[in-house]
Design a protein around this ligand. Structure first.
Ligand SMILES: [Zn+2]
Length: 241
């Protein structure tokens, strides 16, 4: 005889950069177990694969191509998924480094914060269209999740940063014609970026150094020395520390 099936709650979420409207269900015990095993393995590739699999399983609509979503959208989605599945409140610990009579206080402060209160920080001054010369400009999109594969396979930060730039080109414009990256050979894009002078390249780096970030401000008062702390928590891994 078939056992009765359990209903699950459905949640709606708008992804902050792509603005995609997501319907999802929380993850199930077996999915949480797989995630935990992956996290414990400490192997980035395994973790990335499992995060993707869980997101894929829990998404009711639309059909998602996770690799083509901005990294930040995937992280934001995963945090919400985790909040709705395991619990919204995460406990974190910080060391008070306030100077007390010439020595750091060193008290361990505990803080609970709500994952659903994490926000996206945009830098209003950063434009995705960069003027390289009088005629030529280049437009970037936010780095996509597919880059994570390359990130996990190389240890060179330079290689990762360069690959991220190449893979995030939307189009190049010469004042008359648009050259779309998806219709252009990757080697040609590499040649183009390598032919920039250092000043032009610095403008591009600025865009990537100021990408939107997941951010939460935590206010804690140290119970030992009474110092008021305002801590900015940024980045996926730091929300589950
Ligand atoms: Zn203190």
């Amino acid at each position: 005889m078939a056992l009765p099936k359990l209903d699950c709650i459905i949640y709606d979420l708008t992804l902050p950069l792509s603005k995609k409207e997501i319907r999802f269900r929380p993850f199930l015990v077996k999915e949480q177990r797989n995630l935990l095993i992956a996290m414990e393995s400490d192997d980035k590739e395994t973790i990335e694969k499992n995060i993707k699999q869980v997101i894929q399983n829990c998404t009711i609509s639309p059909v998602l191509d996770i690799d083509s979503l901005p990294i930040l959208d995937v992280e934001f989605y995963f945090i919400n998924l985790r909040a709705r599945s395991v619990g919204e409140v995460v406990e974190s610990k910080y060391r008070c480094e306030n100077d007390v009579e010439g020595k750091p206080c060193n008290n361990i402060m505990e803080s609970n914060f709500n994952l659903l209160e994490i926000e996206v920080n945009f830098d209003e001054n950063i434009k995705d269209v960069i003027q390289l010369s009088d005629q030529i400009s280049i437009k970037f999109k936010y780095p996509q999740y597919s880059i994570m594969k390359a990130v996990n396979q190389t240890n060179s930060l330079n290689d990762i940063a360069f690959a991220m730039i190449i893979d995030s080109i939307e189009h190049i414009y010469d004042g008359q014609q648009f050259f779309y990256a998806k219709e252009t050979e990757r080697t040609e894009l590499i040649d183009f970026i390598e032919s920039l002078n250092t000043e032009q390249f610095a403008k591009i780096q600025e865009f990537f150094e100021h990408l939107p970030k997941l951010n939460k401000n935590i206010n804690i008062v140290c119970s030992k020395c009474g110092h008021h702390h305002s801590i900015e928590v940024e980045g996926l891994e730091n929300f589950f520390g």
